[in-house]
Design a protein around this ligand. Structure first.
Ligand code: DGL
Length: 273
């Protein structure tokens, strides 16, 4: 299949978290068209098994391929950690994850070779961040911590609620007690709590959001493969949003994250793919 420059980039996550990656892709690649899928019917992924996360990812990729995407970004750390290797071997479309770029950014950021990683249960259990970081630099110590309640707090719009501050303190207290100097937000929902996490962890720790380096990798990939879109002057990039449930709730939330009014969001029967 010939992939056209104007074809969209597919991006997916278990819910709204991947919008933090879309936001960064739009910032760095404003000429690209994007199709986003949020698996709102089956979120959270972080408590599920690898087998299930691979099956969900395969279904979503099959759906995105019906939109003729030229590349796919798995904007979900859990699916990147548990499904990326498998799906890369199964589909004839380039697929990027967020874990490798996030690990690389943290390796660059740390001065004392001590990195903290926060993520879902499944991501932390996979040990993928530690594995990739130590492949890049075996001398780096990695401390991973699962923070499963962060996802529902974000999905429910509890960012400003006092309970969120308490949950942050509960999960991050053991990390704050170490001397890590860099911390990866290893779940795409967590950048939406960034200011609260920053307030608790203090100014001395570099907080790494993998979205930035992921968008850079996408840019490089599209350029290298001659697939970068040179949008005609005056035309606007197209952004389409799909979910597996509760489209209006998603759209309202998306409007608080995205730098533009999110258009109508459509529900897809993802189990049919
Ligand atoms: N946002 C996803 C991640 O980056 C997962 C959240 C979830 O579904 O548990 O890991």
């Amino acid at each position: 299949m010939e992939r056209k420059k104007e074809a969209p980039v597919g991006v997916f996550d278990s819910g709204v978290g991947g919008l933090t990656v879309v936001r960064e892709i739009i910032r760095q690649l404003p000429d690209e068209n994007i199709v986003y899928f949020g698996d709102t019917a089956r979120v959270p992924y972080g408590s599920k098994s690898q087998k299930t996360i691979i099956r969900f990812s395969e279904q979503i990729i099959r759906f995105l391929k019906t939109k003729q995407v030229k590349a796919i970004v798995i904007a979900c750390n859990t699916a990147s950690a548990l499904a990326l290797d498998t799906v890369r071997g199964e589909f004839d479309v380039p697929i990027l994850g967020v874990v490798f770029p996030g690990a690389r950014a943290a390796v660059k950021a740390t001065q004392n070779q001590k990195i903290g990683v926060v993520g879902t249960d499944a991501t932390v259990r996979s040990g993928m961040y530690t594995k990739i970081i130590q492949e890049m630099d075996p001398g780096i110590q990695v401390i991973e911590k699962a923070c499963p309640l962060f996802v529902p707090l974000v999905e429910e719009g509890f960012k400003e609620h006092v309970v969120t501050r308490e949950v942050i303190e509960y999960y991050l207290e053991p990390l704050r007690a170490t001397d890590i100097d860099a911390m990866i937000l290893g779940c795409t929902h967590y950048p939406l709590l960034r200011s609260k996490i920053r307030a608790y962890m203090g100014e001395d720790i570099q907080i790494v959001n993998p979205a930035y380096e992921t968008a850079m990798d996408l840019k490089k990939l599209l350029k290298e493969q001659g697939m970068d879109n040179d949008r005609a002057e005056g035309s606007a990039s197209r952004y389409e949003f799909y979910v597996s449930d509760t489209a209006e709730k998603f759209r309202q939330f998306a409007n608080t994250v995205m730098p533009f009014d999110v258009p109508e969001t459509n529900v897809v029967n993802i189990e049919g793919f």
